[in-house]
Design a protein around this ligand. Structure first.
Ligand code: CAA
Length: 393
């Protein structure tokens, strides 16, 4: 697929690969085992421009296209998916949403610090009783004239403990259902914000996932993004882009596992020859390589559609659905190819398999992606037949 990349995109890919190999690989097993947040590594990602890749240079970002961002996500995810989810949320859910829908004052106050990694952000949509059913927000933003009073709890928030800025979806007019939801910029330092314990997760264990509680938090109206009631559309539109980031993460996890399995299969011998030459193994690798390449096409296509300002929501859903399923399958096969070695931490593939699972869950489960895609089909937005019907009249 490298033939479709420009020289600049190729350079971004190589820089990210080099960074991941030299700065993320050392210690990745320990950070995963002990749930150690990658403080130094995140600082370096900020310095290298990986935390605000698509933000305009006037706000301190890299001014790059989505495909460049996807390439960096892919390379970083091959080595450390904990770092790549921190990067993905900051880039696609926080910076992108703020730049596209925030006003100039909000961008001046927050965007450049987020884009450079001076601070990082969190996207606070999920709640104990509002995951897939995101319209059922119980967090309240009560309209008090010049400000809102926010009360509620958010769950499974990536960057929850380390972020200085939260984009929080909250209900202001319950009778209007999703049209009553607002997105507010809440600073961690505002009185009434408290952070729950770090979640002890199956995968992406070094990333920082917490619940966040808001108790009588006073938020000035200047911190509302968009018009009154725009918050749900903000969340959905921003998640469309976020799903490209997670699709790229899944692609990277799959490709990382494949690269390790291929190398192992070339070096390991059984019955007097490298296991790569046993058809039982080489066919697995053939399937992995083919499926990963197909996922790559879908992910790059969604990124390109976004860059061309086309409607990309369904393409993003397809990319995330397919890449995350490929990640789960490829990592499971990589463990199988490694045999007993694959089951121990030293060989990395068991971690990649645990990391792969979350890509089928966060930023919309595989089931939600199928819902988004099937709704597009029902609306006739996809694959209209180009030929007259073959059915007999
Ligand atoms: N862009 C803009 N607007 C959109 C949209 C989109 N992609 N999708 C829907 N909308 C609008 C609709 O047009 C509709 O607006 P109107 O009423 O004006 O017509 C409104 O939003 C409601 O849409 P639906 O009727 O489709 O709402 P729904 O309740 O039937 O379903 C859903 C929507 C697709 C299921 C949605 O709830 C969803 O995506 N759920 C999954 C939530 C999710 O992805 N959560 C991830 C949490 S964040 C996270 O994981 C981050 C992290 O930390 C890693």
């Amino acid at each position: 697929m490298d033939f479709i990349l420009t020289e600049d995109q190729q350079a971004v890919k190589e820089a990210a690969r080099d960074f991941a190999q030299h700065q993320l690989l050392p210690g990745v097993i320990d950070r995963d085992r002990d749930m150690i947040y990658p403080t130094e590594q995140v600082k370096m990602m900020g310095e290298m421009g990986f935390l605000g890749m698509m933000v305009s240079p006037e706000y301190g970002g890299g001014g790059m296209d989505t495909l460049s961002y996807v390439l960096a996500m892919e390379e970083i995810s091959k080595i450390d998916a904990s770092c790549s989810v921190i990067m993905s949320v900051n880039n696609s859910l926080v910076c992108w949403g703020l730049e596209k829908y925030g006003n100039e004052d909000q961008k001046q106050r927050y965007l450049s610090r987020l884009a450079t990694g001076e601070i990082i952000g969190a996207f606070c949509l999920s709640e104990p009783e509002a995951g897939s059913d995101a319209t059922s927000q119980r967090t309240i933003a009560e309209d008090k004239g010049d400000h809102y009073l926010v009360n509620g709890t958010k769950n499974w928030i990536t960057n929850g403990g380390k972020s200085s800025i939260h984009l929080v979806m909250a209900q202001s007019h319950r009778e209007l259902q999703h049209k009553g939801i607002n997105t507010l910029i809440i600073e961690r330092a505002f009185p009434g914000v408290s952070i729950g314990a770090k979640e002890d997760k199956m995968g992406i264990r070094a990333s920082d996932t917490h619940s966040i509680m808001y108790s009588d938090v006073k938020v000035g109206k200047e911190n509302r993004i968009g018009d009154d009631g725009f918050g749900f559309k903000f969340a959905m539109s921003t998640l469309d882009g976020g799903r490209i980031g997670i699709a790229a993460q899944a692609l990277g996890i799959a490709a990382g596992a494949y690269e390790l399995a291929l190398k192992y299969a070339q070096e390991r011998t059984t019955f007097g020859k490298p296991i790569m030459t046993h058809q039982a193994i080489s066919f697995k690798l053939a399937d992995m390589a083919t499926e990963i390449e197909a996922a790559r096409l879908l992910v790059y296509r969604a990124a390109r559609m976004k860059d061309l300002k086309m409607d990309f929501g369904t393409a993003a859903a397809m990319a995330k659905l397919f890449a995350s399923e490929v990640a789960m399958k490829a990592t499971t096969e990589a463990v199988q190819i490694h045999g007993g070695y694959g089951y121990v931490k030293e060989y990395h593939v068991e971690r990649l398999m645990r990391d792969a699972k979350i890509t089928q869950i966060y930023e919309g489960t595989s089931e939600i992606q199928r819902l988004v895609i099937s709704r597009a089909l029902l609306k006739g937005e996809l694959y209209q037949p180009m030929q007259p019907s073959l059915q007999k009249a």
